[in-house]
Structures are given as C-alpha cells and as structure tokens.
Design a binder for this molecule. Structure first.
Ligand code: KG4
Ligand code: ZN
Length: 360
C-alpha cells in the first residue's frame, strides 16, 4: 500500500522548514522560519545560532504545517527529514525531532539527502505552479546553492552521476562574498540580483560589460568550475575604488560580477549538451532564484530547442517540500530509515556516482 502524504523537516543549514507533500509532489503546506538578520552582524552563518533557532522554531512550525493543510496526525503516512549533508548541530535538531515523532506516532521514517531534495524541487506542484509534463529521464541537473555547485546526469530516482563541480567556492558563496565587500550585507546574493536588475539612485539596470571579471575554467575541457579567482578579483577591484565610485557604480558592479558567474554556469550547461546530447535540463538551488541566470537559461534553451525547468522562487532556496517529495518517492519504492538514523555532515558515498574526470 502506498504512502499518500508525508510530513517533512528541513534544518540542514540556517532555514527551519516544515512541509506536507503528497506522493505526486503536490505541496499541501509549506512553512519556513528564516532568520538571516540573526547571522547578519557576523557576516556569515553562525552554526550555534542556526541550531538554537531550529530548536526554537521547529515544533511551532510542525503544528502550523498541519493546521495550514487542515490535517491531523492520523492522515500523515510518514516522516521525511534531511539528515545529510549540512551543519551537524542543525541536522541533529531535525533528525532527533523526526525520530521522536516517528516513534511516538508510529510512522515510517526516511532520511533524505538535501541535494537530492534540490534535484526534485523543480517537480513540486501547488495551486500556482506545475512542472512541464513528459519531462523524462535522462536529464542534466545543475544544482547551484550557497553550499554546492555541481552538474549531474540524472538517470532515475536515486541515480545521480556527478559530471563536474566547483573545485573551490560555490556560486552562492561568490555572490554573497562580493555582496558583502560592496556593502550589501549578508546573505547578499538576492540584493545583488535586484541592484543589477533595477539599478539604484534612479539609474537604470546595471551594465553587465562595465567591469571585466574573470570566468575561470569556462573554456576548459571539463564540467568542473571555479569561483575563488572571481571572488578575489572582485575584492581586489573594490579595494582600488573609492567609496564614492562604488556607490555611484553599484548596479554596474553587480551586473558585471553576476554576468561572470552566469556565463560560466551557462557554458557548463552548453558543454553538457554538446557532450551528452540530452534535451532535458533543470537548474535548482538558491542561486537558481537569480533573475539573470533564469533569463539566460531560458534563452539558451530556446536557442538550442531543449527543455529546461527551473523551480519557482519559493522552491529554489532551502525548503522542506523538496525533502518531502524525495522522501515519499523513496518510501513508495520500499526504502525506509529506522531509529538508528544519524545526521551526517557529508553525503553518503552511495548518494552520487562520480564520473571519471570530475574531481573536487
Ligand atoms: O539553496 P540555498 O537556500 O541554501 C543552500 O543549500 O546553500 O542557497 C542559498 C544561496 C545563498 O548563497 C544566496 O545568496 C543565494 O542562494 N541566492 C541568490 C539569489 N537568491 C538566493 N544568489 C543570486 N541571486 C539570487 N536572486
Ligand atoms: Zn540548499
């Protein structure tokens, strides 16, 4: 008998999120508590603050998720929880809570890889969004977030081959570090995107060719990427500019820096198209919320007559709905965890296959 509905918990980093999702990926409720301003004074995520916030917010969010979906515990068929990869202190809160609920309410349990959740996010559904129909395996997936930047070949549920990945910083980290250097606070990726798109001080959108930033490994015969050179080059450039010039050219700086990241990501998608010849692609993870990346990816797909799906913004960044969908699909294929489930800072070796030629 198949499981119809799961309650899912995501606490792998700083966002606390709970969702109820059905076996077709329909999101019945999704609630999140994101407290970026608690971390902002420190210029980055402080693991102790993140785990303390999870402990404070998780139980109220679980109650809210049930109320919002107008469901009681007896209609929940299982519990899915992110148990890898992530910050240990944060993962522990989610895993211990999920195990306790599974034990108390006698529900099946499954531990989910956070990245697999991101890879399934484009296929969630709700009243305002449905993914394209007939989007079949195999396809290429680009997962770009604050913690990861990897390109996968996806041949089925749980069958993920890493084609390439960043050798150093993630694209999200590159966005956030530059945003911090130009005074946009933390996490600044979304503010950088807005400034590039809308301009500031009454000026129009930023000029993506105003400043020349490096595009490391863009032409290399590999799917791997590197963003640390870009990050250092951004910092060095800003050190040579006066505060007045930075303020005056803010949207040009944002647009030019953003273009360098987007150029590399699109080039790697194009390389995968040329090498693998597939015609289905997804982009997912926090950075897939970037408006320029979305625009360029859709243009690229139209130029090459391939299908691309990028989730709506609410499913790009960390959320429990994607964890619920991954969890329920695996449970309905007979895969479960038990009370020995543990959090792990890293993915399990069996989660992803590394294709020859890609390295970390
Ligand atoms: O997937 P996510 O929520 O968390 C991780 O798993 O890491 O991704 C967060 C990352 C942050 O680096 C954030 O700045 C970036 O996604 N991000 C963006 C945008 N929205 C979120 N980067 C560029 N443009 C955006 N619009
Ligand atoms: Zn994530």
């Amino acid at each position: 008998m198949s499981i119809e509905l799961v309650l899912a918990i995501e606490t792998s980093c700083d966002d606390t999120s709970v969702a109820i999702v059905d076996k077709a990926g329909l999101v019945r409720s999704l609630v999140c508590a994101t407290k970026d301003f608690d971390h902002e004074p420190y210029g980055g995520i402080v693991p102790e603050i993140a785990s303390r916030n999870h402990s404070l917010f998780l139980l109220p969010l679980i109650i809210q998720a049930l109320e919002k979906a107008q469901l009681k515990w007896d209609s929940i068929g299982g519990i899915a929880v992110t148990n890898r990869p992530g910050l240990m202190g944060s993962l522990i809160v989610g895993v211990v809570t999920a195990k306790t609920l599974a034990q108390s309410f006698q529900k099946p349990l499954i531990g989910v890889n956070h990245l697999e959740g991101h890879l399934l996010a484009p296929f969630l559904k709700d009243t305002d969004y449905s993914p394209p129909e007939n989007f079949n395996y195999p396809y290429v997936g680009l997962a770009v977030s604050g913690g990861h930047t990897s390109l996968y070949r996806i041949d089925g549920l749980g069958d993920y081959k890493i084609l390439g990945r960043t050798k150093d910083d993630s694209a999200g980290e590159a966005f956030d570090k530059f945003a911090k250097v130009i005074g946009l606070g933390f996490p600044g990726g979304v503010k950088l995107d807005q400034l590039a798109r809308s301009g500031h001080k009454g000026k129009g959108p930023g000029d993506p060719s105003a400043f020349d930033f490096p595009r490391s490994m863009i032409r290399e015969d590999s799917f791997d990427m590197s963003f640390s050179g870009l990050k250092s080059s951004g910092k060095r450039l800003v050190e040579t500019l006066s505060d007045e010039i930075i303020q005056d050219r803010l949207s040009d700086l944002c647009a030019s820096y953003q273009e360098a990241i987007v150029d590399v990501l699109i080039a790697k998608l194009e390389r995968s198209r040329q090498v693998l010849g597939l015609d289905h692609y997804i982009i997912t993870g926090g950075v897939s919320a970037n408006s320029r990346l979305r625009e360029r990816a859709h243009d690229w797909a139209a130029d090459h007559q391939v299908k691309i799906v990028i989730p709506p913004l609410r499913y790009c960044t960390d959320n429990a709905a994607m964890i619920g969908y991954a969890g329920i699909l695996h449970m309905n294929q007979g895969k479960f965890s038990d009370q020995s489930l543990k959090p792990s800072a890293q993915s399990f070796i069996e989660d992803f296959k590394l294709l020859t030629g890609s390295s970390k």
